[in-house]
Ligand binder design. Structure first.
Ligand SMILES: Nc1ncnc2c1ncn2[C@@H]1O[C@H](COP(=O)(O)OP(=O)(O)OP(=O)(O)O)[C@@H](O)[C@H]1O
Ligand SMILES: [Mg+2]
Ligand SMILES: [Zn+2]
Length: 459
């Protein structure tokens, strides 16, 4: 190209910030030593514009005339995954699947292949593993469809060409960090490479109307390695989470152009791959200790679905000068606030005590409706009062110690009743207009303040 010239740029490997000058600290995200030099070919805007003008997409169309009828979705065989995607994989969409090493990203891709391979032609491209390795895993998972074609390739342009010539119905890329565009001088995995490769994939999959699932590794902070900008390019971003020690995995959508982002999918990792957990509450509550203090069950909404989770609290004498606070699965600052409210409004003193909160099952509760159960677990441990095993609690705790109403109270209570709970401590203001199914034998205990809630425990 006549207008092309080579330009040197500094790009932040954390946030993708670009600058012509080197800094020790990234002006955008504040990380140190993350600016790396990259060479970039720049084209004058005018020539790119020239090409664009001829395209049909450059002609405006009345929104009423745009047809949505051809939005086709493929069901993956995992109802949990379909729900997170908003009802299956949309044709022509680009889905980014992120997660820690070894969490099961390649496994789920192969299992999707097996299900969809019955009907569709699938191109599975790996830049990480040899064909033999992939075959070994496939055998272990029982993946044997003859419609799955495996390619070990890292050159993104070759891949784009193959997508065109093979015309598959679905493409899997494992992983985006191994892909590279040889026209760029930077190494695979760098921000520029990852972004360019994603752009090429996006263009190709939109042009050919082929859906594409792309694996992305996460960095130490848990974000998809490289740039946040990647998340802007793709249609949906899913994160695969969970404790590697524990067998279950949670799939969460953090962005979805085709559905809600509140839904989660729950899976269990077994020898023969991932299987769905259709009743997560039951799984999360299994093995719950009986007749001990320091545990309370909460109900949190994950999208449209109520999920019950056990919250454990431990309050002990502090061995050291300053008391320790630790919280797993619940916001640390929120916990400190609850401790302060309990101290100020109920007269429970925690200042010389260590306090721990743990949400069982690696679940992350980020809904204020779980406040009440956390507070009760702490009080239960402090005072050694057993929260009876048939009690469930939900409600937001305010700074004056009031219990504020929450949404979806009926859904939460019904789910608790379904799992055998008999008593439900909930915000008083939620009682009005709350109707439960006729066969639901749940005693509703409406409380106005945190004091009332503790009293309701009957300890
Ligand atoms: N032979 C085996 N038998 C049973 N389970 C296995 C076996 N090999 C691997 N696994 C399980 O599969 C998991 C690895 O899954 P997978 O390779 O899909 O992860 P990944 O997210 O693709 O990892 P990476 O980021 O390294 O590519 C392991 O953590 C382990 O639980
Ligand atoms: Mg893998
Ligand atoms: Zn930065």
């Amino acid at each position: 190209m006549a207008n092309a010239k080579i330009k040197s740029l500094y790009v932040c490997s954390e946030c993708g910030y670009e600058t012509a000058k080197w800094y020790g600290k990234c002006p955008s995200c504040g990380e140190w030593n993350t600016l790396n030099e990259e060479l970039r070919e720049t084209t004058k805007v005018s020539s790119a514009l020239q090409q664009h003008r001829q395209k049909p997409s450059a002609i405006p169309l009345a929104i009423s005339e745009i047809s949505t009828e051809d939005e086709q979705r493929y069901y993956t065989g995992f109802r949990e995954l379909d729900r997170v995607l908003g009802g299956g994989i949309v044709k022509g969409s680009l889905v980014l699947l992120g997660g820690d090493p070894g969490i099961g990203k390649s496994t789920i891709l192969l299992q999707i292949c097996q299900h969809l391979g019955k009907l569709l032609k699938i191109l599975y491209i790996s830049g990480e593993e040899s064909k033999r390795q992939i075959k070994l895993r496939a055998t272990r998972l029982g993946v044997d469809s003859s419609n799955i074609f495996v390619m070990t390739e890292t050159d993104i342009e070759v891949i784009a060409d193959r997508m065109q010539s093979e015309n598959p119905d679905l493409v899997m890329i494992d992983s985006i960090q191994t892909m590279n565009n040889h026209q760029l001088s930077s190494s695979p995995g760098s921000v520029t490479q990852v972004r360019e490769c994603t752009n090429i994939l996006m263009r190709t999959s939109k042009m050919l109307d082929i859906p594409c699932i792309v694996v992305g590794h996460v960095n130490k902070d848990g974000a998809i390695a490289g740039p946040k900008v990647l998340e802007h390019i793709v249609d949906a971003v899913l994160y695969f989470e969970g404790d590697k020690q524990m067998s279950y995995r949670i799939l969460r959508a953090v962005k979805n152009r085709y559905g809600s982002t509140n839904e989660i999918g729950v899976f269990r990792m077994c020898d023969n791959g991932l299987s769905e957990v259709e009743n997560p509450s039951l799984m999360l509550l299994s093995g719950r200790p009986k007749n001990v203090s320091g545990t309370c069950v909460a109900c949190t909404m994950e999208g449209s679905r109520p999920i019950l989770a056990e919250i454990q609290g431990l309050v002990t004498n502090s061995g050291y000068g300053n008391a320790r606070r630790m919280s797993t699965g619940f916001d640390y600052n929120r916990m400190s606030m609850l401790l302060a409210v309990l101290e100020k409004r109920c007269g429970y003193f925690f200042s010389s005590l260590d306090a721990y909160i743990n949400v069982i099952g690696g679940l992350r509760l980020d809904e204020p409706a779980t406040d009440l159960a956390v507070a009760l677990a702490l009080v239960s441990s402090l005072k050694d009062i057993v929260v009876s095993e048939d009690i469930i609690a939900f409600g937001e705790v305010g700074l004056t110690g009031e219990i504020r109403s929450v949404n979806h109270a009926a859904l939460r209570a019904t789910e608790a009743a379904r799992l055998g709970f008999r008593r439900c401590i909930l915000p008083y203001h939620n009682l009005k207009g709350l109707t439960l199914p006729p066969d639901c034998e749940l005693e509703l205990i409406g409380v106005r303040t945190i004091r009332d809630a503790v009293a309701a425990l009957g300890g």
